[in-house]
Design a protein around this ligand. Structure first.
Ligand SMILES: *Cc1c(COP(=O)(O)O)cnc(C)c1O
Length: 366
């Protein structure tokens, strides 16, 4: 097995999906499993679908295409507003997309007509987090325009909170989404298939027995399935597994060195990083009472180092494009060639999944 590699425990992903699909199913909510942090892995997608995800969600057309090439024929929702330059690919490969711009829906409509097919559209509503979405007051006009277009069908409304400004999904904004859904239904005279309340940040609300789901019947879940955490506080979710992904990387240097750098200091390679202050004497003391520093062959081209949890006995002190620099606090530091195992947060997972330098290893049983 080569390093660096991302080890993926498929049983843990199945467990998380099954647990969330069961709990939310009892509340009338279908799980759309979001695969974007896995580079649209067909292997992972298959596991999530088999474990109870009703559909998939993806933000990148390239990933949707690789899911299709990998034999996934389930419904895939394009969860980022489609680019005008990609409408043909979206209509060909995605069953449904989230939308907030009329010109894009018009282009989807034209693409669907050209292909002699139909594309399903969910209207995204801005409810305070200030990322994608039509302002609620503009919804009726938007709906009327879409209703007049050929080749597209308005099948739902949705919103996305928490990602940009940390706005927490709650009783108030979810009730507002439900009332927008009612307005749309009143206008079109048909019941919406999808009222998509949001992402993993909605789980505190959706799993709270005191809350009523109202019209909300759909959540798009990525982080909670993959990492077992809800994103607003990054707390582990009860009963879910948080270590389905592990980054494995290899030690290439391990030496006792002085505690502080020496010499005149300018900028380091990554200027946003604080540098370790040089020793006051300005030269190496040559003493060997320093600390053991361990270099690992993985860096910013592979992962977001700030999102890594090093193994016990090692502390992360820095990172560059190709190196992690760790300090060993243990008496038995890892030898050259040792494989070290790191936990990942969402940012680290996204980077590792998408780096061409990181191999993926699927593990089926513990
Ligand atoms: C990424 C994303 C999701 C999934 O978010 P998680 O916090 O990972 O559950 C859902 N909806 C949209 C629009 C997204 O971009």
């Amino acid at each position: 097995m080569s390093t660096p590699r991302l080890e993926v425990r498929l049983d843990d992903l199945a467990h998380n999906t099954r647990t969330l699909a069961d709990r939310l199913g009892r509340r009338g909510i279908a799980v759309c499993a979001v695969t974007k942090a896995t580079l649209g892995s067909p292997t992972i997608a298959r596991v999530l679908l088999d474990a109870g995800a009703a559909t998939l969600g993806e933000s990148r057309i390239e990933n949707i295409e690789s899911l299709r090439r990998g034999g996934i024929d389930a419904e895939i929702m394009m969860i980022r507003g489609p680019m005008l330059s990609q409408v043909d690919r979206v209509v060909e490969h995605a069953s449904v997309s989230l939308n907030s711009e009329l010109v894009v829906v018009e282009a989807l409509s034209a693409a669907a007509v050209r292909r002699n097919s139909r594309h399903r559209v969910v209207l995204m509503v801005e409810l305070g987090d200030l990322r994608e979405g039509v302002m609620p007051a503009d919804v009726p006009a938007f709906v009327d325009r879409v209703a007049a277009m050929a080749g597209v069908e308005l099948v739902g409304v949705g919103t996305n909170l928490a990602c940009q400004n940390g706005v927490v999904p709650d009783r108030t904004n979810m009730a507002e989404l439900a009332s927008v859904a009612a307005i749309v239904e009143g206008r079109t005279g048909t019941k919406l298939q999808i009222v998509s309340g949001g992402n993993s940040a909605n789980l505190d609300w959706a799993l709270d027995p005191d809350q009523h789901m109202g019209a909300v019947n759909h959540l798009r879940l990525g982080e909670s399935i993959l990492l077992g955490r809800e994103p607003t506080q990054r707390r582990p979710i009860d009963g879910l597994r948080t270590d389905a992904f592990t980054l494995v990387a290899e030690v290439i240097e391990s030496k006792k060195k002085p505690r502080q750098p020496w010499g005149v200091q300018g900028q380091a390679a990554f200027t946003s990083d604080p540098i370790e202050p040089a020793a006051a004497s300005g030269s190496s003391t040559g003493e060997c009472s320093g600390v053991r520093r361990v270099l690992v062959a993985v860096g910013r081209q592979d992962v977001d180092p700030a999102g890594l949890t090093p193994p016990a006995g090692l502390r992360l002190v820095g990172a560059s494009s190709d190196h992690l620099i760790l300090e060993s606090t243990s008496l038995r530091p890892p030898p050259i060639g040792a494989e070290l195992r790191f936990g990942l947060d969402y940012a680290a997972l996204v980077r590792a999944s998408t780096s061409p330098f990181v191999e993926h290893e699927y593990v089926v049983d513990r």
